[in-house]
Design a protein around this ligand. Structure first.
Ligand code: OXD
Ligand code: MN
Length: 619
């Protein structure tokens, strides 16, 4: 980025940055100096990740009215933040992939030429941090020094982002010390875009949640940089998450032979044999990834432990198997719908040391959201700070309200989360929210067919289309908003990874918890009962279940699915696994259209998979 330098200030800023710096790495020092010269913060603070630092920042934010401390007994060490009402979610239409060539971003991303985007951003970034502190936030994704881990630094003028980054990553001095001159690291810059001093030197009042109407979430995959402007919320501001760990990391993975995926990661132990298995699962946003990661089996003999709920990085290990880590250190989970009945493990995890954003406040200083308890409180302060009663006719918590909590508080956390080099993967699941067609579970016929399953993940668009093969919202590999390069090239990369792994590759399955009957009723109880599906998956891997091969994959043979203790009527079971050739053939036509938008970049092996599927359906 060319700097709009204020004459004479560069030397001063450089002196200040260097005097305070907690690293000698000249690459970091010159980048931080360059950015400070551009952004013009009042001061630069190098984060060390300590508890003292956390205390200092939270005290400052409470005093400024940006954080509300929760009741010390009910929710120790926890805070509530309320965002600006217009800054409540990721902004996909303002998210850009700035690769040199447009075709490298592909038709599913917003593309802008890097030089063009830098020129567009420069006037916005110039002086954007005036009157604020610029925090230098070093972080590691995965254990520092691990075989699959990566390092990065986020510059931000949002203390809220700093606190969240401390929960979500291994943030602090160890990460900074891990960045050696000449090594690869990711540079991320975040500003809320609300300077406190105007260009003319006029001082402005701060607000509880500063942000800008103008927003840019921009990624430069060729230079491993992210610039985020104008939002303080979630994935727009915690740049380790979707920006680095998925969009930038997916490109790093393509270049270096590994995979960055929108997948939960869990450990499943057979308590009879004591053998442990590891499973990743990709589901589009809001399909219950956190619930599956914290599943409580309803059948005996299995222990489920949590490793990650959102992102997995996968890389071939020395033994030739595909190893996985959860690169994150916390959960940034959706609060509404998380409750004692749906996810008791999450509820226990949230006992304290949690930042809640945009949930409701109870009169006794605790938090509440829709679905947290069956009983609805008689009075609350809603996410906007207004009085609320059950008669108000509006949600008390914003539907995308969140909790940020350290993963180490999870009662079901697997020791494997701490594994330096990850854990070997046994199975990969792909799922969407399908009312029709897709059976409860089907194993792919081979890796290529599994990649085809991942590439065609979809959900029905509206309830109106349930019961028919309606318009499908495709979310390949659940990566639609998160793949940092051409989606078709990404499928090709997956095919190459499978070729390289050969026999050691994990098996790929498709699952669907959401199939409905003609009467609109869910056919499968879901939640803890999904352990019955995991049981079949593992027993398939062990060769204990034969399955039945169908046109779309191998499904459980009659009687193979463990249904002990639940009543699933025979007709529902039939419907859960019914494969209607005509509907599937109609869906194949939609898949052909979907592939069509990627032109000749679609790998020939996937076009062949589509042809093979049609052939099997017609047979
Ligand atoms: C998330 C998402 O917040 O996928 O994890 O949108
Ligand atoms: Mn996600």
């Amino acid at each position: 980025m060319t700097l709009a330098q204020v004459p004479g200030t560069h030397g001063l800023i450089e002196q200040r940055v260097t005097a305070e710096a907690t690293t000698q790495n000249p690459e970091i020092l010159s980048w931080v100096t360059e950015m400070a010269t551009l952004l013009q913060p009042d001061s630069v603070y190098w984060c060390n990740g300590t508890q003292d630092e956390w205390n200092l920042i939270t005290e400052g934010m409470v005093a400024a009215g940006s954080l509300i401390p929760l009741d010390k007994d009910k929710r120790p060490g926890s805070f509530l933040a309320r965002s600006h009402p217009d800054d409540v979610a990721r902004v996909e239409d303002r998210t850009f992939i700035c690769s040199e060539k447009e075709e490298d971003a592909g038709p599913t991303n917003n593309w802008r030429a890097p030089a063009e985007m830098r020129a567009e951003l420069e006037p916005l970034l110039n002086g954007a941090m005036r009157g604020r502190t610029m925090y230098v936030v070093p972080f590691s994704m995965g254990p520092v020094g691990g075989a699959i881990s990566q390092l990065g630094v986020q510059l931000t003028d949002s203390p809220y982002a700093v606190l969240n980054m401390r929960i979500m990553t291994r943030m602090g001095q160890e990460a900074l010390d891990g960045i050696l001159p000449g090594s690869e690291w990711v540079r991320t810059v975040h500003t809320v875009g609300a300077p406190l001093v105007t260009k003319d030197g006029i001082q402005l009042e701060d607000v509880a949640w500063p942000c800008s109407d103008t927003k840019y979430i921009t990624h430069f995959p060729e230079t491993l940089e992210v610039f985020s402007y104008g939002s303080g919320y979630g994935g727009n501001a915690l740049l380790s998450k979707k920006c680095f760990a998925l969009r930038i990391a997916s490109v790093m993975g393509r270049n270096e032979g590994w995979l960055a995926e929108h997948m939960l990661l869990l450990k499943l132990t057979n308590e009879d044999t004591n053998k442990a298995y590891h499973i990743t699962a990709a589901f589009p946003s809001a399909c219950g990834k956190t619930n599956l990661a914290m599943l409580q089996p309803t059948i005996p003999g299995w222990k489920v432990e949590t490793i990650g709920d959102d992102i997995s990085w996968l890389r071939k290990g020395a033994d030739g198997r595909l190893n996985a880590i959860n690169p994150e250190a916390g959960f940034f989970g959706v609060a509404p719908g998380t409750g004692e009945t749906t996810n008791p493990v999450a509820m226990e995890t949230l006992w304290g040391h949690t930042i809640f954003t945009n949930v409701a406040l109870t009169d006794d200083g605790d938090v509440w959201w829709e679905g947290m308890t069956e009983e609805v409180p008689a009075h609350l302060t809603d996410w906007l700070g207004n009085d609320w009663t059950p008669e108000s006719g509006r949600p008390a918590a914003h539907p995308n309200s969140r909790f940020t909590v350290p993963i180490t508080q999870t009662p079901t956390l697997a020791d494997d989360w701490f594994e330096q080099d990850g854990v070997p993967l046994d199975a990969i699941l792909f799922g969407g929210r399908r009312a029709t067609n897709v059976p409860l579970v089907a194993e792919s016929l081979n890796w290529e067919h599994g990649v085809f399953m991942g590439a065609t993940i979809s959900s029905e668009k509206t309830a109106a289309q349930e019961g028919t093969v309606g318009e499908l919202r495709r979310d390949p590999f659940a990566m639609l908003p998160f793949c940092g390069y051409n989606m078709a090239d990404y499928w090709g990369h997956w095919l190459e990874i499978g070729e390289d792994l050969g026999e050691a590759a994990p098996h790929i399955f498709q699952v669907n918890w959401f199939r409905k009957g003609a009467d609109g009723r869910f056919l499968w109880p879901g939640f803890g009962d999904n352990s019955r599906v995991l049981d079949w998956v593992i027993r398939r891997l062990e060769g204990e279940k034969e399955g039945v091969q169908t046109a779309i994959g191998t499904v459980p043979a009659p009687g193979e699915l463990n249904l002990d203790g639940i009543e699933v009527p025979e007709a529902d079971l039939q419907e859960l696994f019914r494969i209607d050739a005509d509907s599937w053939l109609a869906e194949c036509d939609l898949t052909e259209d979907f592939f069509g938008q990627f032109g000749d970049r679609v790998p020939a092996k996937l076009t062949q998979q589509l042809a093979d599927l049609r052939g099997r359906l017609r047979a």
